[in-house]
Design a protein around this ligand. Structure first.
Ligand code: NAP
Length: 289
């Protein structure tokens, strides 16, 4: 598995990342998913405080508590800033965002405890908050960085303008914007989302790289060249993202060990230029202008 830095002052992650959003599963199953990931070189795991109604970090953390040696073999990403009504968070009566200094610091501390770790490799603001005060975010990030509790910071689902605005308040780089990119959601190829990251020499993370699974259909025309590469549909979809010069890190979401291995092998596929554009033509329903 290729390993790569998200930014010159950023963390080194495995090029394919395992996402824990759908891992609200028995501990033994999650343990098997962690081991399958590590076995094929996927060492980076993507969490959020809210995944599995606030359960998934805890399931993962229980595994690390029982086998602390695992932590040294992996990098942990988590997110904060979304709150919703839940038995775990009785103070919320409406889904909302909170990017106050106090909440970001509390959430990071809570993730540290829940994940049973003394540092987080990368903390992201989960969604752009209409009430985001960049001085508050900068204050929280700086305090967390100085304490060594969070090593790097980034955002998720930010527009280019939101990314640059927050960056302008920080004395260290945002090292990623985690956004939805796939053959099913290819707008970021054209709307400036990837260009702004390339301008700042920051690598994107791509969530739902298989369109949440909906791209994969027996007769999907977009994958008609899979045979030429001796590849599966999953591998073609990931290879299509990996070819982009911004250096996309796909965050896969499968709950099946075999599919983790299959995804890891996508790293070895180099799509031909014209095959890449043919796939884009099929999903866009028209050729390039
Ligand atoms: N930042 C954000 O706002 C945000 C939002 C959403 C997600 N994320 C992150 O991105 C990660 C990935 O998202 P995702 O789970 O939507 O990614 P995805 O990899 O596009 O989709 C995973 C889904 O596709 C299914 N799938 C995979 N291979 C399949 C196959 N061959 N046939 C049929 N179904 C198949 C999986 O089912 P099986 O489990 O059965 O394989 C799973 O339900 C999440 O875990 C999370 O870490 C971030």
């Amino acid at each position: 598995m290729q390993r790569k830095q998200l930014h010159a002052n950023g963390p080194v992650f495995s090029r394919i990342i395992s996402g824990a959003w759908r891992w609200n599963l028995p501990e033994t199953t999650v343990h098997a998913l962690i081991e399958s990931s590590l076995a094929c070189g996927i060492t980076t795991f993507d969490h959020a405080d809210i995944y599995g109604d606030h359960n998934n970090e805890a399931i993962f953390g229980n595994i690390l508590r029982k086998d602390p040696s695992l932590r040294r073999k992996m990098e942990l990403v988590t997110k904060c800033g979304i709150k919703f009504p839940s038995a775990h968070r009785p103070a919320s009566w409406v889904k909302h965002y909170d990017t106050s200094k106090e909440h970001i610091r509390w959430s990071a501390e809570n993730s540290l405890k829940t994940l049973a770790t003394d540092y987080i490799d990368l903390l992201l603001i989960h969604r752009p908050d209409p009430l985001l005060n960049p001085e508050e975010v900068a204050g929280a990030f700086t305090a967390l960085k100085q304490s060594g509790k969070v090593l790097h910071f980034g955002v998720s689902n930010f527009t280019p303008a939101q990314f640059e605005m927050l960056q302008s308040y920080l004395s260290f780089p945002l090292v990623t914007n985690q956004i939805e990119i796939s053959l099913a959601t290819h707008a970021p190829m054209f709307d400036g989302s990837l260009d702004i990251l390339m301008k700042h020499r920051v690598a994107p993370m791509a969530w739902s790289p298989l369109g949440g699974g909906k791209l994969l259909k027996d007769d999907a025309a977009v994958f008609s060249k899979a045979g030429k590469y001796a590849a599966t549909q999953t591998q073609m979809a990931l290879a299509w993202l990996l070819k982009h010069p911004s250096g996309i890190f796909p965050v896969i979401g499968t709950t099946k060990p075999d599919r983790i291995r299959e995804s890891a092998d996508a790293i070895n596929i180099q799509l031909d230029l014209q095959d890449w554009f043919e796939m884009l033509k099929i999903v866009q329903g028209k050729e390039m202008p």
